[in-house]
Design a binder for this molecule. Structure first.
Ligand SMILES: C[S@@+](CC[C@H](N)C(=O)[O-])C[C@H]1O[C@@H](n2cnc3c(N)ncnc32)[C@H](O)[C@@H]1O
Length: 371
């Protein structure tokens, strides 16, 4: 006898997957609208849409579905996409007049203002692949910090609420965290007070343009974790600053969203991946929701070769890894089970060794030293 409760649960899962796919379709339609706006393309092309609808009827017939229902469903989705496109075209005239980089930076400031207060509590609710990555990189950061010949000063670039800086404060005489967001800096300062960490200082700085206050060759360790290397728009400037402030023998820990990740190679996942931050491969942005409104912030994918090519002479990479590969392509629901998590985590840690030279994890980590 079929178990109705179990079947009901399966229906619930399938309904959610259908909605995830509809969302993907809407997102792609949104990008089509942006491109049409840029090139002045025609929004609704009945011949193309009719062909698409006829095609889906055929596909439905082949897999044993009622083709009339399939055509009606697609017709409905196309109509909804057209409505969304019309709203977008009408609302974006003013926004598009501003330079793209300025618009993305404004979005970042608005987003960080909104999330700064709840950033720390959000982390505990994060999806599994993101939590697994954060734990993975923290182990490596601790290892690198412990192996340094001197522990005078560490920098946390893109510090947000100061998580890494405060973690390092116990191991260094001084730590300094910089972030472009005044709200993140305020939250980091409040955390430092709450955790009685007087040797941690936080200040606002735009890493894309500002010169860091540190003197040349004065820093023992520089960290840009959680993909912050991809979040900054002017990476060569940041890297030149890192090169300037690091002492000879001082170490860097740089992370990026990995262009060679399985997640991005697959191009399309028919579900929402278990990762908080997934770069939109069409725009090289992270699309984040503020309330009901999706906004984009700068986030560039880098391959290992691309990231290495930007390092100035004097910064030498001695370890490359990436993480996670498998957890990043699975839906969070699949990773809800402890045993499944443990085995996927083992597999991902094995893959992170990159024994065959391939690094296909979602985040790319380059570690090394100033020579
Ligand atoms: C991935 S989050 C930071 C992660 C943080 N270190 C942590 O462990 O929670 C990236 C941070 O970089 C900051 N950021 C992005 N672009 C920046 C820029 N151009 N200058 C300074 N900070 C920037 C953002 O405001 C955000 O807080």
């Amino acid at each position: 006898m079929p178990d109705l409760a179990m079947l009901g649960e399966d229906l619930k899962k399938i309904d959610r997957l259908i909605m995830d796919l509809v969302k993907r379709r809407m997102d792609v339609a949104h990008l089509v609208a942006q491109e049409k706006q840029r090139t002045g393309g025609v929004m609704y092309r009945p011949d193309v849409e009719d062909q698409r609808i006829a095609g889906i009827g055929e596909h439905a017939r082949r897999i044993g579905l009622n083709p009339h229902m399939a055509r009606a469903m697609l017709y409905f989705l196309i109509a909804e996409s057209c409505k969304e496109q019309t709203i977008l075209l009408e609302s974006q005239g003013a926004a598009q007049a501003r330079p793209e980089a300025e618009r993305l930076k404004e979005n970042l400031l608005a987003l960080t203002e909104l999330v700064a207060d709840r950033y720390d509590s959000r982390e505990s609710a994060a999806k599994y692949a993101s939590l697994a990555y954060a734990a993975f990189e923290l182990d490596l950061i601790r290892q690198d910090a412990a192996a340094l010949p001197d522990a005078a000063l560490a920098l946390d670039l893109g510090c947000a609420t100061g998580r890494i800086a405060l973690e390092l404060a116990g191991a260094f005489q001084r730590v300094a965290g910089y972030d472009v967001s005044p709200h993140m800096v305020a939250a980091a300062r409040a955390n430092a007070v709450a955790r009685k960490t007087p040797n941690a200082a936080f200040a606002q700085a735009d890493l894309d343009a500002d010169v860091l206050p540190e003197a040349d060759s004065s820093v023992s360790f520089v960290v840009m974790n959680l993909g912050t290397g991809s979040d900054v728009a002017n990476l060569p400037h940041v890297l030149a600053e890192i090169r300037r402030v690091l002492k000879p023998g001082g170490r860097f820990f740089l992370t990026f969203y990995n262009a060679d990740a399985l997640l991005y190679k697959m191009g399309f996942l028919p579900w929402v991946a278990s990762l908080e931050a997934v770069v939109n491969p069409y725009t090289n942005c992270l699309d984040v929701k503020i309330g009901d409104k999706p906004v984009s912030v700068h986030a560039r994918l880098y391959s290992e070769a691309e990231a290495r090519a930007l390092l100035p002479p004097g910064l030498s990479v001695d370890a490359v890894t990436s993480f996670p590969q498998i957890a990043a392509i699975l839906p969070d629901e699949v990773l809800g089970d402890d045993k499944v998590r443990a085995s996927i985590d083992r597999l991902d840690r094995e893959l992170a060794r990159g024994a065959d030279g391939a690094h296909a994890g979602a985040y790319l980590i380059l570690r090394g030293a100033r020579v």
